[in-house]
Design a protein around this ligand. Structure first.
Ligand code: S3P
Ligand code: PEP
Length: 424
């Protein structure tokens, strides 16, 4: 962010909202689609991908490894090519790039160097690197277990069985599975440790692999087996990003009225689908219709006690709503959020409290006791979901200014315009 970028005055809702919003594609599906397309034996059309910092970084990384990725209207056309180095890749602060691409680099011929934003160097990749080494990869990370690092690809990876602790991020497992069919022996990943977060994202990985013709066995708890074989995709349609639906649905909860998110899939592996249940418990009326999924505010906004381990990505928005509710909330199971774009537990508590709230950190979550809030600057810590949480609080609290709203470009570059379209 330019040091002098002005804060963004969050619009206050002066009346009930009444809007339909068309959201861009899912970050998680887009970046899986790009990886699978780059590994595929056949060219792939990725339909309605998200265009944002994280997905542009993924496309750039795969291009550097040899894939041809071109724009075709709103789609991306991906032509695979043998993976090769040398390459220097920028992961930005994208967990999906820093975790999903090193296994591809291990399959490439040549050295591939990875680095990213200062925060990316603090995010965990160690268990993934250890697993890749155990599967035959040569990696130089200076013993840090973190970026920057170099993968010394030889054009093939043996693969086989590996045990790792994926309690820090489900992306360690997804990374090994996405590339696993191309390892000579396939891969068997066994998790040992505290629970793996983000189960829907693991389901997304497994489902998208199966749709690409890859045999995956996930019948045993905490064990995933990917058979060696070709990846074959020709077309992957990306669903709207349901995690980015969170602030928009929250707007109807807070301001009253209704917000419809267009093209909400009836069946999906996206964690954002859990918003239907979570926001219903917090006071919304949720219904499917021809136009999409609609949330109607009832005037009531309730606190919630919820274990968010599986849907940690939704925490910042839920916490913002919780700060405006009529009863306390207790959000748990999310210790791993301390290693997300920022320490989200600490950042949410700090920013809610700066506006006069009462949020208390737990080792693995937050307790939020609603209190009248006042205006002020809501800092975003270069975290897209912190920025949108500030916008949600601003709906009900005059004088909230969100620092660095442009950071929403990580997954939703159009946020300010989409938000004005809903709340103006
Ligand atoms: O695989 C994915 O696309 C993601 C998995 C989750 O990561 P963690 O399991 O590290 O929380 C999620 O928070 C992230 O935004 C996207
Ligand atoms: C944790 C997130 O992103 P990343 O893919 O960088 O892990 C997120 O989008 O909430």
């Amino acid at each position: 962010m330019p040091a002098d970028a002005p804060n963004w005055p969050a619009p206050t809702a002066s009346k009930a909202v009444d809007a339909t919003v068309e959201l861009p594609g899912s970050k998680s599906m887009t970046n899986r689609a790009l990886v699978l397309a780059a590994l595929s034996e056949t060219p792939t059309a990725v339909r309605r991908p998200l265009r944002s910092r994280d997905t542009d970084l993924m496309a750039a990384a795969l291009r550097s490894l040899g894939a041809r990725i071109t724009e075709d209207g709103a789609d991306w056309a991906v032509s695979p090519a043998p993976l090769r180095g040398p390459a220097r890749l920028d992961v930005g602060n994208a967990g999906t790039v820093m975790r999903f691409v090193p296994p591809l680099a291990a399959l490439a011929d040549g050295e591939v160097h990875f680095d990213g934003d200062p925060r990316a160097r603090e995010r965990p990749v160690g268990p993934l690197l250890e697993a890749l080494r155990a599967l035959g990869a040569g990696i130089d990370d200076g013993g840090r277990g973190a970026l920057p690092l170099t993968v010394r690809g030889t054009g093939a990876l043996r693969g086989g069985r590996v045990v790792l602790d994926a309690s820090g991020s489900s992306q360690f497992v997804s990374a090994l599975l996405l590339a696993g069919a191309r390892f000579t022996e396939g891969v068997e990943v066994r998790h040992e440790g505290p629970p793996v977060p983000s189960q829907p994202h693991l389901d997304m990985t497994v489902q998208m692999l199966r749709e690409a013709g890859v045999a995956v066995d996930d019948s045993e708890q905490d064990v995933w087996r990917v058979a060696p074989g070709p990846v074959k995709t020709s077309e992957i349609a990306v669903e709207p990003d349901l995690s980015n639906a969170a602030p928009f649905l929250a707007a109807a909860l807070i301001a009253g009225g209704r917000v419809t998110v267009a093209d909400w899939p009836r069946r999906t592996t996206q964690p954002g689908d859990a918003l239907r249940g979570l926001f219903a418990r917090m006071g919304g009326e949720v219904s499917f219709g021809d136009a999409g999924l609609t949330l109607r505010g009832t005037g009531a906004v309730h606190g919630i006690t919820a274990d968010l381990r599986e849907v940690g990505e939704l925490t910042p928005t839920i916490a913002a709503v919780a700060a405006l509710a009529d009863s306390p909330s207790r959000l748990t199971g999310i210790a791993h959020l301390r290693r997300h774009e920022t320490d989200r537990i600490a950042a949410l508590a700090r920013e809610i409290n700066r506006l006069g709230g009462d949020a208390e950190e737990l080792p693995d979550g937050l307790v939020i006791r609603p209190r009248p809030l006042h205006g002020g600057v809501f800092r975003s810590y270069e975290d897209h979901r912190m920025a949108t949480s500030g916008a949600v609080i601003g709906l009900a609290v005059p004088g909230v200014e969100v620092e660095d709203i442009a950071t929403t470009g990580k997954t939703l570059p159009d946020f300010p315009a989409l938000w004005s379209g809903v709340v103006a």
